[in-house]
Ligand binder design. Structure first.
Ligand code: KIV
Length: 254
């Protein structure tokens, strides 16, 4: 698709029902993101979610996917300790969840682990720029690689991930000009989020683009629907109908 100039579409998914709708709508890649820690579990950060929890969620998405590639995030702590543990956990993710590939955050520091995963038959998606598992080092979720030194490191990291065998690289919240440079410099596709239009594809968090996450409206986010209002209105109608005894009707009874 990169070679043909066809943009790649990726959205997060965390459960069977929504993943089935997204898959049927024709998405290319379903990402079981560790943003499930925030979106599904209500945590402030992605850090607390575990391998067992990610595998549980990914299984539902895998059952739903008839067409899309399913990529599962490796959670914080599952690949940083040493390369043996990283490879073992990546194999476990594919084996137990049925996902097609894994995604890991980081560059040079995890390149050897990625090389070994790829050698072991695990397709790997990289993730550079704003890497939420490092929020405690970054001190927040601001734009990354604004300065030349960080931009140079990101470009070098992207080349390393490409050489290590990543089949694609997510670029999160970096200047559009840098994302376009990275995209031109690597052979694998880049998938951007808050990285401008010059990447080979785009990814968004499903709940954010559907307008379910009302308080969250960063500049890069386009809400393609406003489902929070629809849901609250439907629930309000249900409450009213139960309270005034208009639900269930005779036709809705046995
Ligand atoms: O976990 C996630 O949802 C992600 C995307 C934002 C790329 O990593």
């Amino acid at each position: 698709m990169k070679q043909q100039g066809e943009k790649i579409t990726m959205l997060t998914s965390y459960d069977y029902t929504l993943a089935r709708l997204v898959d049927e709508a024709g998405i290319d890649i379903l990402l079981v993101g560790d943003s499930a820690s925030n979106i599904v579990c209500g945590n402030q950060y992605t850090l607390p979610i575990t391998m067992d929890e990610m595998i549980f969620l990914a299984k539902g998405v895998v059952r739903a996917a008839q067409h899309a590639l399913v990529v599962a995030d490796m959670p914080f702590g599952s690949y940083q300790v040493n390369d043996d543990m990283a490879v073992a956990n990546a194999i476990r993710m594919l084996k137990e969840s049925g996902a097609d590939a894994v995604k890991l955050e980081g560059g040079q520091e995890i390149a050897d682990a990625i090389r070994r995963m790829v050698k072991a038959g695990v397709p790997v998606c990289g993730h550079l720029g704003l890497t939420p598992q490092s929020v405690n080092q970054f001190g927040g979720y601001g734009l990354r690689a604004k300065e030349e030194a960080e931009a140079d490191k990101l470009l070098a990291d992207a080349r390393l991930l490409d050489e290590a065998g990543c089949f694609c690289i997510v670029l999160e919240k970096i200047p559009a000009v840098l994302a376009a440079r990275v995209t031109a410099a690597v052979s694998c596709p880049t998938i951007g989020i808050g990285a401008g239009a010059g990447t080979d594809g785009q990814v968004l968090v499903l709940h954010d683009m559907l307008g379910l996450n009302q308080g969250f409206k960063p500049k890069f986010l386009r809400q393609f629907a406003h489902l929070a209002e629809n849901i609250q209105s439907a629930v309000g109608d249900y409450i009213t109908a139960v309270k005034d005894s208009s639900f269930p009707s005779a036709e809705e009874s046995y």
